[in-house]
Design a protein around this ligand. Structure first.
Ligand SMILES: C[S@@+](CC[C@H](N)C(=O)[O-])C[C@H]1O[C@@H](n2cnc3c(N)ncnc32)[C@H](O)[C@@H]1O
Length: 282
């Protein structure tokens, strides 16, 4: 079977550590749950037949929905063709600024919104997804002369995968997204990163501070007690080590390409936590 790869570049994407993650995946499991799916690197790598995928980002999950559905997929592809043909700096800003008119944007049909999200991701600076306090996409133009929104067969492969398998697509909070997980199911949590410098009650860009990390650890424990296989990745911080001290913590080094602060690119230590024994070794 041909495997897809993430159709958008996403902060925290897991392509760089995909082989290490794969080594930690249980050999057999029931339904696959990915409550912070982002670009879906591990989802596509495993391409499970039964999955529940979720993310808080509404635009992103709308793209997953539109790629899955036959009719919306073909309409979205026509839109992508238009974006590719018209691509220029001026056109980029025209499409980007559609969300400045809230009433108009609200009425925009879902497949057009999906094509806009893919196009902006490919054409913007560094493939970032960033909105301002008014929820307006505000990444500048990426200066590419041509954009390739399909990446060869990739979108078609993902369409076939999502359409022909039992894939539920959700857009809710992570805790709600795993409420139906049963014994033997496998849950992979890839939350926004904890950082050594943030403090309790501190504001984070994605609204995912230390309280959320603590809540996630509680959900991890509940799923463990339910008999699920649970895996989580995060930065190797003091809090993460404290929260998961009763589980298996594998420390790995990862190269990070997307960082809102360009100076901070480079190697960072990450962890993969599991509630089951793996044969992982670096
Ligand atoms: C580190 S990224 C995931 C990266 C992804 N695994 C990949 O390979 O691209 C974390 C994701 O969590 C999402 N998120 C933040 N808070 C959330 C919440 N409370 N519930 C569900 N998703 C949330 C963000 O929208 C973001 O896409």
């Amino acid at each position: 079977m041909l495997k897809g790869k993430p159709f958008v570049k996403w902060a925290g994407g897991k392509r760089q550590i995909i082989d290490k993650l794969k080594k930690c995946v249980p050999e057999e499991f029931g339904t696959y749950f990915e409550p912070f799916v982002g670009g879906g690197a591990l989802l596509f790598e495993l391409s499970p037949r039964k999955a529940v995928i979720n993310d808080y980002n509404e635009e992103l999950m709308n793209v997953f929905e539109c790629i899955k559905d036959e009719n919306r997929f073909s309409k979205m592809c026509s839109e992508l063709n238009k974006h590719e043909a018209n691509h220029s700096e001026e056109y980029y800003y025209l499409i980007r600024n559609v969300d400045r008119d809230k009433a108009k944007y609200k009425k925009m049909v879902d497949y057009k919104r999906a094509a806009r999200t893919i196009y902006l991701n490919k054409a913007c600076f560094n493939g970032l997804y960033r909105v301002n306090s008014k929820n307006e996409f505000n990444v500048p133009f990426g200066k590419k002369v041509k954009v390739n929104t399909y990446e060869g067969q990739n979108l078609g492969i993902i369409h076939a995968y999502l359409n022909l398998n039992e894939i539920d697509i959700l857009n809710i909070d992570f805790e709600e997204a795993v409420k139906d997980a049963k014994k033997g199911d496998f849950i992979y949590f890839d939350p926004p990163y904890d950082s050594e410098t943030s403090t309790f009650n501190s504001y984070t860009e994605e609204g995912f501070g230390k309280e959320q990390q603590v809540r996630l650890a509680r959900v991890f424990k509940e799923l463990d007690e339910r008999g699920c296989y649970v895996m989580l990745s995060n930065h190797n911080t003091t809090l993460v080590n404290e929260l998961y001290k009763d589980y298996n913590i594998h420390v790995i080094s990862a190269k990070r390409n997307i960082n809102s602060n360009g100076n901070k690119r480079g190697k960072v230590e990450e962890v993969i936590v599991t509630n089951y024994i793996t044969n992982f070794s670096e």
